[in-house]
Design a protein around this ligand. Sequence first.
Ligand code: SF4
Ligand code: SF4
Length: 378
Amino acid sequence: MKKELRSFGKGPAVSLFTLGTMRALGSYEQMYSVVKAAHLIGINHIETAPSYGPAEIFLGAAIKRLKDEGLEPPGGWIITSKLLPSYDLAEGKRQLKSLLKRLNVPRLKNLAIHGLNLPEHLYWTLNGEGSKLIKWALNKGLIEQVGFSSHGSFELIEQAIASKCFQFCSLHLHLLNPERIPLAQLALKKGMGVMAISPADKGGRLQAPSATLINDCQPIPPLELAYRFLLAQGISTLTIGASQPKDLVIAEKFINANHPLNEIESQSISNLHEKKRFRLGNTYCGQCRECLPCPQKVPIPELLHLRNLTIGHDLESFAKERYNLIGRAGHWWESVDGSACQECGECLPLCPNNLPIPDLLSDTHTRLMATPRRRLWD
Ligand code: SF4
Ligand code: SF4
């Protein structure tokens, strides 16, 4: 059966799901079984990174074995790997050559700048050593197109998209936090490919949802609803980080779901948001960002989003984990938590919902402050 594909920048079209490789690091056999299962359901795009431990080596070997067995997507695999925006030209060349060697490929279809999170990262890519590296790699035919992944600010992502230097981007886009969908749509409008980073896990640990969330999404399981929501928004491809073939069952179900939301899906999404609003009452933060900037650099919308998840969807353990990563994940996540609020009151007149922001930040801090957990791939 013909598989649905979506355009992805100037490169070859990609399947609606992309296999993420950071969960199949236990052994080469584990990676092989997951890549084979992905191929069999029609996935043709894989994302990896040097930061994912042995992922590239396992992946290169798995792809070769599958090819020897006659298992390869039409037109071959499309691989996206990444480089950090920090190397000088000589080191960048070394890193890229090693990356290609690990993957066992002569060239990379998609090179993403990994974590374009700060203005200096964008400068590195557009004007600094990164721009020389990209030019060199394109001229040598070692890469075919360039994109970025970002956990950075709206403004930074907008600048990156406007630069016209990137053909694709990977963003945090989630059913329970659709705040960045307009950025994705801007990128799509410019002809870029857009990949949703971790719509299941970072989207609220939807692979193990709360009973409240399951009930609110009825009759559709939360993760399925999240995938359908993103695909119906036109997002080019959704990453799915499988550790075993059975993790791809839902991707198989929706691998050709290239159509708008149906009535039941739309109704489930409305119900979900309505119930969240009801539980939060007049403390619901609409994520409009009008309250920024805070002189203490408190990321008010991001913190109140975690409060929305806790009260609105009963996702306290996920919200606690995210809250306690604040200040512990470098530029990959927020660095200031609710305790930094000095109650100066500057944000109060800016909020269209008249929220008592300092009180809500204090409440968020009290609810969510707990023992930290380690990030998956550090
Ligand atoms: S009240 Fe708190 S959150 Fe609001 S602007 Fe002042 S320091 Fe920032
Ligand atoms: S202005 Fe109010 S509603 Fe908007 S993000 Fe800030 S706190 Fe939330």
